[in-house]
Design a protein around this ligand. Structure first.
Ligand code: PMP
Length: 348
């Protein structure tokens, strides 16, 4: 099957004359810039940022092994989810497919764009139900969102399954890998050259510890990235975000050390949560959180909040009725959580 983004773009996007930034026309750095109505006095921020974030992409390209022109950066991956839907889904006509439980922003972004959402339940082992997908998708399905590792259940989708769906789908397949750095499963980035309909999303918000900076990454074919470059707001990543991201991306040793510590804490926490006896289920995880289930989820949640420990209620029937998602913290934070669970047990 030959896939071309041109065939599934919205017609207005196909014909879009993109906004041309003042700095698009002149590429040098040492000129007198009187072209962009900026303030001439240096504040460190008086100039607009690089709209294509070339330095950050160069660094990401060497870390991830993907060419810079196959990378788009967004103001968080949430912005990229919106750009994808806005580029290919005709409002009130097209649809996307998502799996539940899953990350809610695919559906929210679709609804904001007046795009129908066709939800499919994960199977009872928390994998996408591929047979149901065949029944639900139709010629107006433009994007299938797969969250791997899944938020909130923590399960990764094997790469062979992703490959199969890319090979058989006529639409875009978006694999959201926000938590991939914590996972045993390999990234779908390795499949990009083979499947022109594949988009992989990652983020610097999780393992890289930059949630406050807002930097999401989209890997896709050059053809797809050049379309998204036209749709994205011209200066979507600030000077300071680009500068700080570059600085933090240099510290790869610290990244590895902290990621490994979170993984070690996760593995230590799972049996300790089981031992409390409070939960009917404590699930294994490929992410930096653990999903647990208890019929007392609301009482327990309220008790923890009263004691200033905030976890996330993910009570989503039927698959994860009574679900609570617990982010793995520092050893001290995890100890505090465990001691509060003991206190709760004694008073319950
Ligand atoms: N995808 C998933 C699966 C997430 O859980 C999150 C954040 N919770 C995001 C994307 C959004 O990440 P960002 O901070 O890059 O917008």
């Amino acid at each position: 099957m030959t896939f071309s983004i041109e065939n599934i773009l919205r017609s207005n996007i196909k014909m879009l004359a993109p906004y041309s930034c003042a700095r698009d026309e002149y590429k040098g750095e040492d000129a007198t810039f009187l072209d962009a109505n900026e303030n001439p006095y240096d504040t460190g921020y008086n100039r607009y940022p690089d709209p294509l974030q070339k330095a950050v992409k160069k660094r990401l390209s060497s870390i991830k092994g993907v060419s810079s022109d196959c990378i788009l950066l967004g103001n968080g991956s949430d912005e990229i989810i919106d750009i994808i839907i806005r580029s290919v889904c005709e409002p009130a006509k097209d649809n996307i497919v998502s799996f539940v439980p899953g990350y809610a922003m695919y559906d929210v972004s679709a609804h904001i764009n007046d795009v129908q959402v066709r939800q499919i339940s994960l199977t009872n082992v928390f994998q996408p139900d591929w047979d149901a997908l065949k029944k639900v998708a139709d010629p107006r399905t433009k994007v299938i969102f797969i969250c791997s590792p899944n938020n909130p259940v923590g399960t990764a989708v094997p790469l062979e399954k992703i490959e199969k769906i890319c090979a058989t789908s006529p639409n875009l397949v978006v694999v959201d890998e926000a938590y991939v750095d914590f996972s045993k499963e390999k990234s779908a980035v390795s499949l990009l050259e083979k499947y022109p309909n594949l988009i992989v999303l990652q983020t610097l918000s999780k393992a890289w510890g930059m949630a406050g900076l807002r930097l999401g990454i989209c890997f896709a074919s050059r053809e797809i990235i050049s379309v998204f470059n036209k749709v994205k707001p011209p200066y979507n990543i600030s000077i300071e975000t680009q500068r700080l991201a570059l600085e933090i991306l240099e510290k790869q040793d610290l990244f590895c050390q902290r990621r490994d510590e979170v993984i070690a804490q996760r593995e230590a926490l799972i049996p300790l949560l089981e031992e409390t006896g409070l939960f009917t289920h404590v699930y294994p995880s490929d992410a930096n959180f653990i999903l647990v289930r208890t019929p007392q989820c609301r009482q327990l949640y309220n008790f923890l909040v009263e004691n200033e420990v905030v976890v996330r209620l993910r009570d989503i029937p039927p698959l994860i009725t009574g679900g609570i998602r617990i982010t793995v913290g520092t050893p001290e934070q995890n100890e505090l959580l465990l001691s509060l669970l003991e206190t709760y047990k004694k008073q319950a």
